[in-house]
Ligand binder design. Sequence first.
Ligand SMILES: NC(=O)C1=CN([C@@H]2O[C@H](COP(=O)(O)OP(=O)(O)OC[C@H]3O[C@@H](n4cnc5c(N)ncnc54)[C@H](OP(=O)(O)O)[C@@H]3O)[C@@H](O)[C@H]2O)C=CC1
Ligand SMILES: CC(C)(CO)C(=O)C(=O)O
Length: 312
Amino acid sequence: MNSKAIFIVGAGAIGKALAAFLKSEGKEVVLLRGHLDDHSAYTEQIEVVLKNSEVIKAEVPISTISNYSELNGLVVLTNKSYGNAAIAQRLKAKINATPIIILQNGLNVEKPFIEHKFPQIYRCVLFATSQLLSENKLQFMPVSDSSVGIISGTNEGLLSIVNEINTQHFKFKTEPNIYAKIWSKTIVNCVFNSVCPLLEIDNGIFYRNSEALSIAKTVINECIAVAATQGILLSSEEVINSLLLISQHSDGQLISTYQDIINKRKTEIDTLNVAIATIADNLQEKRLAKETSLLGELIQIKSQIALSSLSS
Ligand SMILES: NC(=O)C1=CN([C@@H]2O[C@H](COP(=O)(O)OP(=O)(O)OC[C@H]3O[C@@H](n4cnc5c(N)ncnc54)[C@H](OP(=O)(O)O)[C@@H]3O)[C@@H](O)[C@H]2O)C=CC1
Ligand SMILES: CC(C)(CO)C(=O)C(=O)O
């Protein structure tokens, strides 16, 4: 199969790491800015530090969406999900039959692309952590292969995309039951992305501390009950094991929501705890997600405090 141009939207922790890995393996890659569209184009020498201290370096071209009249190849979304509605609008006229793949956390993040009738939409559930150490240097830790499934598209398209984006250090695999995977990872994120920023601690806390793990189990069991109301049946033991595996493999790494609060950026909590609490609320079963909801509200307050210190 011929290699396609890969356009990665969002020059953040995941986008830069993925771009560097792909470029270092000879792929044609362009990083497109997510929230900027100022027409500037430049290159950046990106360095990705692996767990064994090995450093992968690559010179990556960075541009903006408006520099292209068409995006032919593959579009990979690594922007924050709250930018999706605006990005769908900006990409719509430029992608024709080009597939898009969404590498983001959370429930229903693909909705704007479905509403705009993008022809091929694939969704990736990430099992890796990436943290910016400086503007062009990242710390990357894989947990396991990240799962990719079909939202709208074909099995052939799915296989081709996984093949295109798979690299030695950031691995992807196909997932036939992507909605169950999205829910199971979202539940894990409901724990990490609320408890870690509130405790101001790294991801390793759940395998190091039994009391934190006990809170995690409460949240997981609540969210599993909400998932069941949507026809998604998950095993509590499997979700807890997934949480523990991530905790162990990303020991020392900070969860994205904690990085957002520290860096005074908006968080994605609305697609995590808040999304699950809203489902329970809409069913008039608020009690199903009581602790999950409370943790989400605390993150909203913590985030508002951080953001308001920007303007003061
Ligand atoms: N980092 C991690 O370890 C993991 C992250 N994820 C998920 O991957 C996705 C990307 O995360 P991550 O790379 O950490 O995030 P970062 O915040 O590091 O980068 C995301 C990029 O999104 C773009 N962006 C921010 N706000 C907007 C907006 N309003 N509109 C459009 N684009 C915007 C910016 O791109 P630009 O600078 O080009 O404008 C930013 O650099 C998220 O959904 C996250 O939850 C999942 C698992 C692990
Ligand atoms: C749970 C974790 C660490 C797994 O990749 C993650 O999703 C994040 O950092 O946002």
